[in-house]
Design a protein around this ligand. Structure first.
Ligand code: NAD
Length: 500
């Protein structure tokens, strides 16, 4: 495309009208073309936006009744549903994932908007009448002020939706910084809040890179930070923002294992390994990247997966392909480099993605699905989060050996067990040190009224995303002990008040 579109910030409901000192390019990964030029925010601009958001919170949203807040949330949910296909198309155009997958992402995000519509029930406090004689005690949860959301490229609609509806429902103002690789879907969803009737300034999008992130992490009026991205940046964000006195939930990278026991249905397991390994070109934090085959089934399972891989179509996400490109050329090259290192480390390359063909025009960032067998810890294909369409089969002799492997991994985002043995599955759910567990479900992303989050290097902070944990993250608790005027309470007594 000869004329890339300008993509800018969304501040107080309107596109920014200033001139950016720095910009970055946004690509269509299926064609390799530059389709957008993105304004990158300076620290000064971030400061201005946060100040405006704080004002909006103080003047309107923070003190608006729950009834009025809920009306905006219901309207937002309707608008998101109305525009789901338009937003999915924006995701495909900048991320590359196929349209059906992009639509699935929007619909999973929509579920959180629906959850947030129940805020009157979610935010309800407790009340104890006559806790002491004529003394009542009750609790409430109040908004924090301005909160920041910093999101990754791989779910430009769903990950922001994990946080923003809950934060807004709780009465906060939000400044979100989307990934600079595919910001348009995030901006399009943010625009719907204005149409839904949210007061200007409560929802803002600043685009940017490290400068904008650091400005948010250091800003005194940012009270909480929700981050999702790679583990090194998650750790940096957690350490920096907590040192600045903020509450932080920083969700990091992953290496998800699928344990297949000998009694499992191998056809179902092979289907699941393909879907969870290569969906979204492996660019999912819940993708299966290590398939752990127990005992004698490995040969048969590898054959079944290989057969199915032969039927997958890789190409432009708008053309009915199964799998799209990687997000950038640099990322595709990095993922490809693991194919060389896997072979050099002694893994067996069963299907080589470099030999794939693609249904696309132009020079897109494609790499077809790859399958490695005989992978072991210590090989970079096993140790690193590759974040691409590369599935590794690790062979173990027993359930215990498989469990030990999974628990020794530094990540703990998602995992799955495939078996028909209920006792084994129950043992696994108890013993595995991972935050989200699937039993014959390869991508166990929790529904919106449960909370999403991993363990170990997959999450820094105490609170997971959405569900009741999200409501707690975006509110502060307060307990009131009250007694109404009663002459019998007069008189001086400096002793510690006792309940009577
Ligand atoms: P990333 O860490 O490169 O970027 C995430 C965000 O951090 C972006 O907004 C980016 O602009 C910002 N950022 C990048 N470098 C920075 C720096 N030096 N200082 C400050 N901010 C910086 O991640 P990504 O490549 O966009 O996303 C993929 C990663 O996200 C994978 O590791 C994946 O596992 C992880 N992820 C995790 C979850 C989860 O729930 N645990 C969900 C989705 C993605």
């Amino acid at each position: 495309m000869s004329n890339p579109t300008r993509i800018t910030h969304l501040i107080a409901g309107s596109p920014w009208e200033g001139t950016a000192e720095r910009t970055s390019e946004v690509f269509n990964p299926a064609t390799g073309e530059v389709t957008g030029v993105l304004d990158l925010a300076s620290a000064d601009l971030v400061d201005e936006v946060v100040t405006g958001a704080k004002q909006a919170w103080q003047d309107s949203w923070g003190s608006l009744s729950l009834a009025k807040r809920t009306q905006v949330l219901f309207k937002f949910r309707e608008l998101l549903h109305r525009d789901r296909e338009r937003i999915a198309a924006l995701i495909t155009a900048e991320h590359g994932k196929v349209l059906s997958d992009a639509l699935g992402e929007v619909m999973r995000g929509l579920e959180v908007a629906e959850f947030a519509c129940g805020i009157p029930q979610l935010i309800k406090g407790g009340y104890t009448e006559n806790a002491s004689t004529n003394v009542d005690v009750y609790s409430m949860r109040q908004s924090l002020g301005v909160v920041a959301v910093i999101s990754p490229f791989n779910f430009p609609a769903m990950v922001p939706l994990w946080f923003v509806p809950v934060a807004i429902a709780c009465g906060n103002a939000v400044v979100i910084k989307p990934s600079e690789k595919d910001p348009s879907a995030t901006i399009a969803v943010a625009e719907l809040w204005t149409e839904a009737g949210l007061p200007d300034g409560v929802m803002n999008v600043v685009n940017g890179d490290k400068e904008a992130v650091d400005a948010l992490l250091g800003h005194p009026d940012i009270k909480a930070v929700s981050f999702v991205g790679s583990t090194p940046i998650a750790k940096y964000v957690y350490e920096t923002a907590t040192a600045n006195g903020k509450r932080v939930q920083a969700l990091g990278g992953a290496k998800n294992h699928m344990l297949v026991l000998p009694d499992a249905d191998l056809d179902l397991a092979a289907d699941a390994a393909i879907n969870a390994g290569f969906g979204s070109a492996g660019e999912r934090c819940m993708a299966i990247s290590a398939l752990v085959a127990v005992d004698s089934i490995a040969d048969e399972l590898v054959e079944k997966i290989k057969d199915r891989m032969g039927k997958l179509r890789t190409g432009d996400g708008t053309r009915g392909s199964d799998m799209g490109p990687l997000v950038t050329g640099a990322h595709r090259d990095k993922v490809t480099s693991y194919l060389d290192s896997g072979v050099a480390d002694g893994a067996s390359l069963v299907v080589d993605g470099r030999e794939g063909t693609y249904d696309a025009d132009g020079d897109g960032f494609f790499l077809a699905p790859t399958l490695f067998d005989q992978v072991r810890p210590g090989m970079s294909v096993y140790d690193d989060e590759i974040f691409g369409p590369v599935l590794s089969v690790v062979r173990v002799r027993t359930y215990d050996e498989g469990l030990e492997l999974i628990n020794a991994n530094p990540y703990g985002n998602g995992t799955a067990i495939f078996t028909n043995d209920g006792g084994a599955a129950r043992r696994f759910q108890d013993e595995v040190e991972v935050g989200m567990v699937g039993i014959n479900v390869p991508i166990p992303v929790p529904v919106s009224y449960y909370s999403f989050g991993g363990w170990k290097n997959s999450l820094f902070g105490d609170t997971h995303a959405h569900g009741t944990e999200g409501v707690h993250f975006y509110t502060r608790g307060k307990v009131v002990t009250s007694r109404w005027l009663d002459p019998s309470h007069g008189g001086l007594n400096l002793g510690f008040p006792q309940n009577d």
